[in-house]
Write a protein that binds this ligand. Structure first.
Ligand code: ZN
Length: 251
């Protein structure tokens, strides 16, 4: 089985379609989505429908909860809040019903993985940006590996089996990481596949990853999408300018 792993789509249907096409070239059997299907972007219902159609394991993120009114929007910055309020007005009853039943964490997926939107400790809110935060989170899941999103940064946190030290590693693109060998050696990882619809690691291309269970490898990919098309759709519906321009910088 080959699993396509996507996260933080943020209602960017152009990016999502491009990722699904690029991943189809590589080949995949199932899709796992780590949350934040909506928020920021212009196509919330289209993205919910697409994820519902293609994904087998889907998490809720903080923006999904905000769009459902399950989180206080005063905790968001002004532009994000404006996007949340716009998204709330757009969501169909069907989209709301789908988002409402999503969990923020699922354990023991394909045996080796725990899936959480932000972190295993605080699945909705916590950002794992640094090795220190990652280090504390290894106690909060049982499987060798945890997949997280939320920061919109493609990164791996590796816990050493001997001394327990945690380091952040920048993933090499299109390089198959030997995941099963790592598990055999007692290495544990918190893995962020990056963001489909609003990358924040300086690379504006859409990010995704594929786990090949037969080969025991995990591979990161980036793909360029038509950013201007998403930006035009955002302008047409009056979303904040800062959210529009940030897409081309990848921040
Ligand atoms: Zn997000």
């Amino acid at each position: 089985m080959r699993y396509l792993i996507i996260s933080d789509i943020h209602a960017n249907a152009v990016a999502l379609e491009t990722v699904l096409e690029a991943a189809a070239v590589q080949g995949f059997d199932e899709v796992w989505c780590l949350g934040d299907i909506v928020g920021y972007g212009p196509d919330p219902n289209e993205c919910v429908e697409k994820v519902r159609d293609v994904a087998t394991v889907v998490l809720a993120g903080n923006h999904d909860w905000a769009a459902l009114g399950k989180l206080d929007v005063n905790d968001f910055n002004p532009e994000a809040r404006q996007a949340v309020e716009w998204t709330q007005e757009q969501l169909t009853d069907e989209s709301r019903a789908y988002l409402l039943q999503l969990p923020p964490r699922v354990d023991a997926v394909a045996e080796l993985f725990t899936l959480a939107h932000g972190s295993p400790r605080h699945p909705i809110w916590e950002y794992i940006l640094y090795p220190s935060t990652a280090s504390e989170n290894f106690e909060h899941f049982e499987t060798p590996f945890c997949l997280v999103g939320h920061t919109h940064q493609a990164v791996l946190f590796r816990r050493d089996p001997v001394d327990g030290a945690v380091q952040a590693l920048m993933p090499a693109l299109e390089y198959p990481l030997p995941l099963h060998r790592a598990a055999e050696q007692g290495v544990r990882l918190i893995i962020n596949p990056g963001s489909v619809g609003q990358p924040r690691d300086g690379d504006p291309r859409a990010s995704f990853a594929i786990y090949d269970a037969a080969q025991g490898v995990f591979t990161y990919y980036r793909v360029s999408y038509h950013i201007e098309e998403t930006q035009e759709r955002m302008r047409a519906v009056g979303l904040p300018e800062r959210l529009i321009t940030r897409l081309e910088y990848g921040w």
